[in-house]
Design a protein around this ligand. Structure first.
Ligand code: UTP
Length: 300
């Protein structure tokens, strides 16, 4: 049986300018969504998918991410001495069986450039890429990635790219995939015939937007090295995937199931939506939040 995928790259080096001033001195990946920072959800999803070697691509003003995953013996012994089991268990995400690696993207030259920095870490193996500012919701957030990894192995794919339907007015914000046939069935790989970075609505090949989770063979690094920067000087991951397709490599889209919705924390509108939905679904505080919002809605 081919090797199990164990490595993931988490790009988290973007400037987050759309979230200023909140991101002036802290990474957007550390903004809280309910009780946890965004990137903790991403790492827990990767851990639950069996990925135990995680490379986070960081940059200037991103130190807080490393600190968050670094065991803190002083804090832990203080909590132990106080007998505070509840808070100790809140820190258990650090103890899980994974190893963290970090590398810095000194200037944000695009998502493709960030992923390419993981080439030596991945070292000719298959790998997962999960954006550090995007969450997958649902009862079991890792289910999609696990199924994508299995399909990647079974199909000997070069890439499997999670996608979701977006309103036609939003296609200019995303990489948009073109597939064989019309509406793809959710939770299955469908051959991708093209992919376009942030197209205008009238030339978009579909409304299937790339949704922050990818499984790649090492061919992606070859494609990235041959992908020129765009007009803004950024190397786009989408353009490298397009090149994979043009090279005749097997590339698939994977439509997320409706309950596996992707949330991104890239702008305030989607950050607020994410925060509200996750708080309402929180097992400990969701009830109180729902009561509060009902009362507020009544006042409005
Ligand atoms: P975005 O496209 O949201 O870009 O990145 P950004 O630079 O973070 O945000 P704005 O446009 O300035 O508001 C999507 C993901 O890719 C990472 C980001 O950290 C985020 O997780 N990224 C983006 C990099 O790691 N490096 C880059 O050069 C660009």
């Amino acid at each position: 049986m081919p090797h199990q995928i164990s490595k993931a790259i988490v790009p988290a080096a973007g400037l987050g300018t759309r979230l200023l001033p909140a991101t002036k001195s802290q990474p957007k990946e550390m903004l809280p969504v309910g009780r946890k920072p965004v990137v903790q959800y991403v790492i827990e999803e990767l851990q639950a998918s069996g990925l135990n070697q995680i490379l986070i691509i960081t940059g200037r003003r991103k130190r807080a991410i490393e600190d968050h995953f670094d065991p803190d013996p002083v804090l832990i012994s203080a909590l132990e001495q106080a007998g505070n089991e509840a808070l100790l268990s809140e820190l258990s995400y650090i103890q899980r069986n994974s190893r963290f690696f970090y590398t810095r993207q000194s200037s944000p030259k695009g998502l493709g450039h960030a992923v390419a920095l993981g080439a030596d870490f991945v070292d000719s193996e298959d790998c997962v890429v999960a954006l550090g500012d995007s969450l997958i919701a649902g009862e079991e957030p890792a289910a999609a990635l696990r199924a994508m990894m299995k399909a990647h192995r079974d199909l000997k794919a070069a890439a499997i790219v999670a996608v979701e339907q977006v309103p036609p007015d939003d296609v200019h914000r995303y990489g948009i995939a073109s597939i064989q046939g019309a509406e793809p069935p959710p939770g299955e790989p469908v051959a991708m015939t093209d992919i376009v970075e942030k197209p205008q609505r009238d030339i978009a090949p579909s409304t299937l937007a790339v949704a922050a989770r990818y499984v790649f063979s090492p061919a992606i690094f070859e494609a990235l090295s041959r992908t020129p920067p765009d007009h803004r000087g950024e190397v786009q991951l989408t353009n490298a995937i397009k090149l994979l397709i043009q090279m005749g490599q097997p590339v698939y889209a994977w439509l997320l199931r409706p309950e596996q919705r992707r949330y991104d924390v890239g702008n305030f509108e989607s950050y607020f939506r994410t925060f509200i939905d996750f708080v309402l679904a929180d097992e400990r505080y969701g009830y109180l939040a729902r009561q509060y919002i009902k009362a507020k809605a009544y006042e409005l």
